[in-house]
Design a protein around this ligand. Structure first.
Ligand code: VAH
Length: 318
């Protein structure tokens, strides 16, 4: 990768990936883009090249790729699961309409494309424990429909047109820089903020809701390491299972309590979120990613908790 365009660069993943990639590849070689330059994104918008790119506008994508001579597009623009259930057509337009536009530009300008999928690409009849790399995928959310469709479309553009497409199935991602934008796993970020700000948290998922999760530093490494991997060694391409841990609300509560003994948690289950979470796997098998491109996460739950609490206390001035 030499010249990289990141769509959705002001989001939870994009805001951190942009800064990390600028450190690695050089400030002027990583072009951040978003459909608007939101307030409070000086770190990304002002610190290097920024373009207004709405992925539902193919001309804006093509103009940015041509202007900056892009060789790799990291496509992070997406509507997540919870918002996607309230606005399914918007989710389809952005997640699938946007992806088609990105792939068509990639075909025309010979760029590589990284698009993340998600554990949401699985459904209720997918094996929940040690979910295989290759297994049944009948998601029951619009977000999941766009993710499994995106996996298949990226495979098609690779096989039919030779586009270098790659992606991983991300679990819930936890970070302290930028809040997630409307996902079912957002509780696992909010709990840390509430622990510091209020000392108590009302969890919207039931106590035994087990899901795969990952700390953001590992997620950024997954994107960069797969994008840089030798393509000739990849048996899979667009949907590598990747995970770092699998936990329930009880587990993350206990982990925080080790650092903050007075922390309290109660439950007020949100049925929409609970139904989405219940349709997803509990714990992925990520052996294909480990074998094909040396995937190897660094953070477990307690290591993440320690770092999250340390960094958030600084961010929140506590
Ligand atoms: C969501 N954070 O909750 C995203 C993610 C696996 C979950 O795709 O929608």
């Amino acid at each position: 990768m030499k010249k990289i365009l990141i769509t959705g660069a002001l989001g939870q993943i994009g805001s951190e990936l942009t800064m990390k990639m600028r450190d690695i590849y050089g400030n002027d070689n990583v072009i951040a883009s978003s459909r608007s330059a939101k307030d409070g994104s000086e770190k990304v918008v002002k610190a290097g090249p920024f373009e207004i790119v709405d992925v539902t506008n193919p001309q804006q994508i093509a103009d940015a790729v041509k202007k900056h001579k892009i060789d790799t597009v990291i496509n992070l623009a997406a509507i997540l699961s919870a918002v996607g259930e309230s606005k399914p057509n918007l989710a389809w337009d952005v997640n699938m309409g946007g992806l088609v536009n990105i792939l068509e530009v990639a075909r025309e300008f010979n760029t590589a494309v990284f698009t993340p999928s998600s554990i949401a690409a699985f459904g209720p009849n997918t094996p929940k424990i040690n979910t295989p790399q290759d297994t049944i995928q009948r998601p029951t959310t619009m977000y999941g429909v766009t993710k499994v469709s995106g996996e298949i479309l990226c495979d098609y553009y690779h096989q039919k047109f030779g586009v270098d497409t790659r992606g991983v199935r991300f679990p819930g991602l936890i970070s302290y820089e930028t809040l997630p934008g409307g996902g079912t796993t957002d509780y696992a970020v909010e709990i840390y903020y509430k622990a510091i700000e209020e000392g108590k948290f009302v969890c919207p998922l039931s106590k035994d809701t087990r899901m795969d999760m990952m700390y953001m530093p590992d997620a950024l490494d997954a994107i960069i390491n797969l994008a840089e991997a030798d393509g000739s060694k990849l048996e899979h391409r667009n949907a590598f299972n990747v995970t770092a841990m699998s936990f329930t609300p009880e587990d993350i509560f206990a982990s925080i309590k080790k650092q903050m003994p007075d922390f309290e948690m109660t439950y007020d289950v949100n049925d929409t979120l609970q139904n989405i979470a219940d349709s997803w796997p509990d714990a992925l098998d990520d052996s294909a990613a480990r074998k094909e491109w040396n995937w190897n996460p660094k953070y477990d739950l307690d290591a993440m908790t320690k770092d999250m609490l340390e960094k958030l206390k600084i961010k929140l001035g506590k």
